[in-house]
Design a binder for this molecule. Structure first.
Ligand code: EPZ
Length: 420
């Protein structure tokens, strides 16, 4: 199993361009089920989660060609050859549930394995099922699978989500796109990846308004045509790379995603005293040998502080002068990076959904273990700031969401390498 070794304590200088957003791509790829014409996607990140989604779509009948060098995917599903999303693929990646809405909309039936939980929580899909029933689907659970049927074409309806869910919003948008009549989604998620999905659907002939707000209106159409779409830059990767100079010192320009998609994070980072300058499509982060101020973070749905940057920000607070708190309000078990950071000398106490971090002057390199995607990258960031060697094992977690991270950091002067 690959490991990543870091010799920390080196200041960083340079610039990094983020890849296409994993969480945009995983919602865009199932659109090939909704259209019988081809879709070309560009700025596609090379990640294991994208490969898993490709594997799943191919098992349903999609023909997928990729130009790895250019980071483009050509997806074409002239017909659906299977309606089964098998457990052995779905268990690898929860986003597989996003084929359920499209399959129901195009074929009127689907059998999708329940995704099961993952390291950060139980992650049920009850909201997805609640919404699809509102559109006229009949669902039952048997042998760990969701069996879904729609005796006729899905029918538009008004759906008010009891709480915000990114995935449920995305599934219902795709299902409603081919439904008969109009669907209104209330208390929808507002993430930029949802705006990207809706823009792509509209380029295929869909009729969606209100994306980015809490009320999305989808007017059903009879069919969608093909399109070409460039995947949005990854705002979580951007925030992650902004923390590299914040931790290790120096200056890094991070490019590839509109800074407006990161305002809550950028505001919090500035509160620590780090210099953050936003440009058109880039953000410059500079840290001299100034003292970091402690901060209090609460994760919230967009446009609040993103849960996907909580682990990374915790790594920074380990070096602040004073006590910081991080309250995780989206997932029930997203502090698994804490024990590993403690092994590097951090002082962290976790009580329920709140982590209290008392800053230390420095951390020390150590062998540590990745437990989930964002926890693994927080350990890399801590390694950049720690004297001595840090060896991160189980980096397959990292490869789910970060493309060539060690190469990108090495171009900024980090002493980091992957050991196979
Ligand atoms: C998406 O997950 C992202 N994944 C996650 O990124 C991200 O952390 C999350 O949104 C929140 O922003 C992708 O886009 C592929 P939710 P999703 O539905 O859609 C509960 C990463 O690191 N819930 O908004 O699964 C759920 O358990 C990943 O890139 C239900 O109870 O998140 C969670 O506590 C991690 N029932 C909360 O809602 C449901 O039917 C928010 O989940 C659905 C969700």
């Amino acid at each position: 199993m690959d490991k990543i070794c870091i010799n920390g304590g080196k200041e960083l200088q340079g610039q990094v361009t983020v890849s296409g957003a994993k969480n945009a791509c995983l919602a865009l790829m199932p659109l090939t089920i909704l259209a019988s014409e081809p879709i070309k996607m560009t700025n596609v990140p090379r990640l294991s989660d994208i490969n898993t989604m490709k594997q799943l779509l191919i098992s349903l009948g999609s023909i997928i060609r990729e130009d790895l060098f250019k980071g483009s995917l050509h997806l074409h599903t002239p017909k659906i050859s299977s309606h089964d999303a098998a457990y052995d693929i779905v268990r690898k990646m929860r986003a597989s549930i996003l084929v359920l809405g499209p399959l129901l909309a195009r074929e009127g039936r689907a059998r999708v394995s329940l995704p099961g939980g993952c390291a950060i929580g139980a992650r049920p899909v009850d909201l997805h099922l609640f919404g699809l029933e509102k559109l006229g689907a009949t669902l039952d659970l048997k042998d760990g699978y969701i069996r879904a049927r729609a005796s006729s074409r899905l029918r538009g309806n008004t759906i008010e989500f009891p709480f915000i869910s990114v995935g449920a919003t995305e599934n219902l948008i795709m299902a409603a796109t081919l439904a008969k009549g109009t669907t209104v989604l209330k208390n929808s998620a507002k993430e930029p990846e949802i705006i990207d999905l809706c823009n792509c659907i509209n380029s295929m002939g869909g009729k969606i308004e209100g994306m980015g707000s809490s009320e999305i209106v989808i007017e059903g159409v009879d069919n969608l045509k093909g399109t070409q779409h460039e995947v949005l830059g990854d705002r979580i990767e951007m925030g992650t790379f902004m923390l590299a100079p914040a931790m290790a010192g120096g200056q890094v320009i991070v490019k590839g995603c509109p800074p407006t998609y990161l305002t809550a994070f950028t505001r919090k980072l500035s509160e620590t005293g780090i210099s953050v300058e936003t440009g058109e499509n880039e953000i410059t982060v500079t840290r001299k040998n100034d003292t970091l101020k402690p901060i209090n973070v609460v994760t919230e749905p967009f446009p609040g502080f993103p849960t996907d940057l909580q682990a990374q920000m915790m790594a920074l607070t380990c070096l602040a002068k004073g006590k910081s708190t991080l309250e995780e309000k989206i997932f029930e078990n997203r502090f698994m990076h804490a024990p590993e950071l403690i092994r590097m000398g951090a002082r962290i106490e976790v009580q329920g959904g709140i982590a209290s971090v008392t800053g230390v002057d420095s951390m020390k390199g150590a062998p540590v273990m990745a437990t989930d995607l964002r926890a693994s990258v927080s350990l890399i960031l801590a390694g950049l700031a720690s004297k001595g060697e840090t060896v991160v094992s189980r980096v397959y977690h990292l490869d789910r969401g970060y493309e060539n991270i060690e190469r990108k950091l090495a171009t900024c002067g980090a002493q980091i390498e992957r050991v196979v």
